[in-house]
Design a protein. Structure first.
Length: 97
């Protein structure tokens, strides 16, 4: 059974996040999209505060007790600040104190 977020878009845990949704807050495929649309993350990468490209991470990151990447000296994760969760986990390029 597929659940839907407040915009009526499918939430598919364990599936790749919909890049269009993360950038714009909208999805051209709507409820039939095969990607994940996490609640609260629509448009999080939009505008001047967007995060641009996520570089490929090489090697394992040091993680905190929640399994999120610790990258001292890097900016704190805006996903974690906004939602209390990070969809990128140990692969995130930001710090998770």
């Amino acid at each position: 059974v597929v659940e839907y977020n407040e915009e009526g878009l499918p939430m598919r845990s364990g599936v790749q996040k919909c890049g269009f949704y993360l950038r714009s807050g909208k999805c051209q495929y709507g409820p039939t999209c095969r990607f994940d649309h996490p609640p609260g993350l629509g448009g999080i990468m939009a505008g001047g505060s967007g995060f641009g490209n996520f570089p490929m991470m090489v090697g394992g990151a040091v993680t905190n007790e929640a399994g999120l990447a610790r990258r001292p000296g890097k900016e704190h994760c805006p996903f974690l600040k906004r939602t209390g969760n990070c969809p990128f986990g140990a692969e995130c390029r930001f710090d998770h104190p």
